[in-house]
Design a protein around this ligand. Structure first.
Ligand code: ADP
Length: 488
């Protein structure tokens, strides 16, 4: 297929301009009725003038017809006064009058050219039948009237006998009507031109004024986009521009928030990754400065360095699962999962760790649950919550995991009898790298990413996670996830 050249594209583009359409609409709405109205007026003037002219001539012809009978013109074929009357009428209306007798012979032609000729035409025949016919020919500009010459005789019994003695065939020019209508047309054209010019100015200013708020909105958004301004955009002229401004501001502040949190995230990542490095360097340096450091010291320091490497590894793998979670939020690998067995498996894996801390774990299954979920992600959720419940527990504490379901959701409650979370930290524990007690968490191998990963996984399943906690009493996390994942 041929590619459309750029210059054509630019021309087409302008057709999508609101300013252009406003201009066209205002201009057309003003001008079209004006032109239509003047045309209607012109036509009705011409029709009316022709009707009046026809009626006037018909009247005159009636009078002449009576005179023709009185003077027995059709029998004697001459009368000075009638000839004068006929020529006066034909001059007055710039027309021609033919008088035709019963033998269809022209007895009088005011032009004198058809005298004594025989005329057989539809109009003449019809007129002999008693009809008066009038026609207006607007292309050649004349009115034609054919009228019977009727003699009325009153009989002895009082009845009136009508006899058609001949026909008057008249054609008169409508030049004067046409002249007037041409002059009126000129006037109306001039008026239309004037109206068009005025409308042009009105349409142009109205389209500029009406689209000005949009232009202002565009400039304000561009300024923010280019970085010249960071103030919120607000163009209140129209309800629509106000709504767009508000929508833009909320998108902008969300983007800004995302940008800030990304920056903070990068700063946090760098800091978290640097800490084990610094420790390793300190340990290695202290070994290097001691010339004859004993083998036990080496072993001890190397052990510490290995711990730091493990920590670094854990941070990196947590970061990777978090990033993966963000990237593939639409790519869950959903399958039917037996949640009871999944929890039992996880608890089996975690029991040895709990035993080391003298923490008891119990699983309370209210019912058998199978759900359509991403098995890997849901097991990450359960593992993180139970691991935390063990990590932040007290000696001889306990953890209970309860599984329940209704017809729509399944619910996992992880409750511990641990150290609890202070009120002011409750809003932050799901943030990346947030830890209530940084040094304690570090000591026990926390990265501050576990709950962030957990929350992402729950949200991906369109579920919810809530926490309740009492310092020194314990913490309860409740996760609710739909039994069937519905693709949006
Ligand atoms: P971490 O790797 O530090 O455990 P998490 O994101 O899993 O990171 O948890 C964030 C913080 O929330 C923890 O550092 C801890 O202070 C607090 N926390 C999480 N779970 C519990 C719990 N069950 N009891 C008490 N505090 C908890």
């Amino acid at each position: 297929m041929n590619k459309i050249p750029d210059w054509i594209k630019e021309r087409i583009e302008i057709l999508r301009s609101m300013k252009l359409w406003l201009f066209i609409i205002i201009f057309a709405i003003g001008l079209i009725p004006c032109v239509i109205l003047s045309n209607i007026l012109m036509n009705s003037y011409t029709r009316k003038a022709v009707d009046i002219r026809t009626a006037n001539i018909a009247n005159q012809l009636h009078i002449i017809s009576d005179h023709l009978i009185t003077y027995k013109y059709l029998q004697v074929n001459s009368s000075e006064s009638i000839d004068a009357e006929l020529s006066q009428l034909s001059t007055l209306y710039n027309g021609r009058i033919l008088i035709i007798d019963q033998d269809l012979r022209v007895v009088k032609d005011t032009y004198g050219t058809s005298q004594n000729k025989i005329i057989v035409s539809q109009e003449v025949i019809k007129a002999f039948k008693g009809e008066t016919i009038s026609n207006y020919d607007d292309t050649d500009g004349y009115i034609e009237i054919s009228m019977p010459i009727v003699e009325n005789n009153t009989l002895e019994d009082g009845t009136v006998e009508s006899k058609i003695l001949g026909v008057m065939l008249t054609s008169v020019s409508t030049d004067t009507i046409n002249d007037t209508s041409d002059r009126l047309k000129d006037v109306s054209r001039t008026v239309n031109y004037l109206v068009a010019v005025v409308l042009l100015v009105i349409a142009l200013s109205a389209s500029l004024i009406l689209t000005a708020p949009l232009k202002r909105l565009n400039t304000a958004i561009s300024d923010v986009k280019e970085g010249y301004a960071s103030n919120p955009v607000m163009v209140k002229d129209y309800l629509e521009t106000e709504r767009i401004s508000e929508a833009f501001n909320s998108v902008y502040s969300r983007m800004k928030m995302l940008d800030d949190s990304r920056q903070e995230f990068v700063a946090n990542v760098s800091h978290e990754l640097k800490t084990p490095m610094t420790s390793m360097k300190v340990l290695a340096d202290s070994l290097l400065v001691q010339e004859d450091a004993p083998a036990e010291l080496y072993r001890e320091f190397m052990g510490d360095i290995t711990n730091e490497i493990d920590r670094e590894n854990k941070i990196i793998s947590d970061l990777l699962s978090l990033v993966k979670m963000d990237k593939t939020s639409s790519e869950l690998s959903i399958s039917e999962v037996d949640i009871n067995s999944l929890i039992e498996l996880i608890l089996k894996r975690l029991r040895p760790i709990a035993r080391k801390k003298d923490v008891e774990i119990e699983f309370i299954s209210m019912r058998q649950v199978t759900a359509m979920v991403d098995e890997v992600k849901i097991s990450q959720v359960i593992t993180n919550l139970v691991e935390n419940a063990i990590k932040y527990n007290k000696e001889n504490g306990s953890v209970s995991v309860t599984l329940d379901a209704d017809h729509q959701y399944f619910k996992i409650i992880v409750a511990d009898t641990g150290i609890g979370i202070p009120e002011e930290s409750m809003d932050h524990i799901f943030e990346r790298f947030y830890r209530v007690d940084k040094s304690h968490s570090r000591e026990i191998g926390g990265t501050g990413l576990g709950l962030a990963i957990t929350r992402s996984a729950v949200i991906m399943h369109r579920g919810s996670i809530v926490v309740e906690s009492e310092v020194d009493e314990g913490t309860t996390f409740t996760v609710r996830i739909p039994l069937v994942y519905v693709v949006a």
